[in-house]
Design a protein. Structure first.
Length: 351
């Protein structure tokens, strides 16, 4: 009876969406309310409601300033980054037919990191862009990286098989990682800034960074969501997908481009944050199944809530000092991922 109940529960997609939405909204509310200055949750809801629906708020102006100008943009940015990495990870795992794949597999993160580190190292400031030079060049370098990876993979093998793309991505990631290490070794006063950025953070970013991130998030997420059926087909193999009428090459390019947009934009605004795109889609798939029509949006919501809570942890655990969010996600993600791998191996032995 218990087994039957569990099976019904896990296959109930409505329940899955309800849990994911409650987790996401609950994470947002807790993260906005909790901090050095505690803002009552009812006041938080009233402040946000007054801002959205434009009615007068009678809450303490100090609370309003903390919520609207400090915590809300930080929480939204963390949510966007977590959602982007998780949905991109879910798509890459389906496309590459490898549950261990994540948005960093193709060297996109390394490419975006090179753009950011070069900007800091050379103190580059582009005309008309100013302080947005770093995210702009970071996104640009991520696009160039995926283009080079795909061109190189096509030169090796015209059909661009999954294995070839993965190996090419690893080659580029290693090379770009070495290039970043070289710049770190040569840098002087900028060392602390570079290391801090590479460890990942969403603090002191503000609404401007959300405006930078949002268009890329919408475009990348929509591209992946409209290709959910094709991802389902390709997850069973490219040959099988071709037999049922999927234009594998075109769809593969669309998914890779969308994942690159999301990963590049995330790295541009927050630095390198690992394990979100690896663990969250994997856990979501284990709980709710591999159907990408549901896996993608559920990963998006869960990844968003997870990174919001991780960021809350970074700023409260040893307050007033903040830990890098990339360190926290790795500390949480690595043991969870190890537990998942052990569980899979045990299941395979029993099966």
């Amino acid at each position: 009876m218990q087994k039957r109940f569990t099976q019904i529960f896990l296959t109930n997609k409505l329940m899955a969406y309800m849990i994911a939405i409650i987790f996401f909204l609950g994470s947002m509310l807790i993260a906005i309310s909790v901090g050095t200055v505690q803002v009552p949750m009812l006041d938080t809801i009233q402040i946000i409601g007054a801002k959205i629906f434009r009615y007068p708020s009678h809450v303490d102006p100090m609370y309003t300033n903390i919520v609207i100008n400090i915590r809300l943009p930080r929480v939204i940015l963390a949510g966007l980054v977590g959602a982007s990495l998780a949905i991109a990870g879910a798509a890459f795992q389906g496309l590459l037919r490898n549950p261990l794949a994540d948005p960093y597999t193709l060297g996109i993160s390394s490419g975006a990191s090179v753009g950011a580190v070069l900007t800091i190292f050379l103190n580059i400031s582009l005309p008309f862009i100013g302080r947005f030079t770093l995210p702009f060049l970071s996104i640009l370098c991520s696009f160039l990286t995926i283009l080079l990876v795909l061109l190189f993979a096509q030169k090796i093998e015209r059909s661009m098989k999954v294995e070839t793309i993965i190996l090419t991505g690893i080659i580029f990631s290693s090379f770009l990682g070495a290039f970043i290490s070289l710049m770190i070794a040569l840098t002087g006063d900028e060392l602390r800034q570079i290391i801090s950025w590479l460890l990942g953070s969403v603090s002191m970013r503000g609404w401007d960074y959300i405006q930078i991130m949002l268009p890329f998030f919408i475009i990348g997420s929509l591209l992946l969501l409209v290709n959910a059926n094709e991802l389902n087909a390709m997850s069973f193999g490219e040959e099988r997908a071709k037999h049922i009428g999927v234009d594998v090459q075109r769809r593969k390019m669309l998914v890779l481009t969308a994942g690159s947009i999301l990963t590049g934009a995330s790295v541009a605004v927050s630095g390198t944050i690992g394990f979100v795109g690896l663990v969250i889609p994997h856990l979501t798939r284990l709980l709710w199944g591999p159907d990408h029509k549901h896996l993608l949006p559920l990963s998006l919501l869960t990844g968003s809530g997870f990174l919001i809570l991780a960021d809350l942890f970074t700023r409260t655990i040893i307050s007033p000092t903040e830990l890098p969010i990339g360190v926290i996600t790795s500390l949480i993600g690595a043991p969870v991922f190890a537990a998942i791998l052990i569980g899979r191996k045990r299941k395979e032995r029993r099966g």
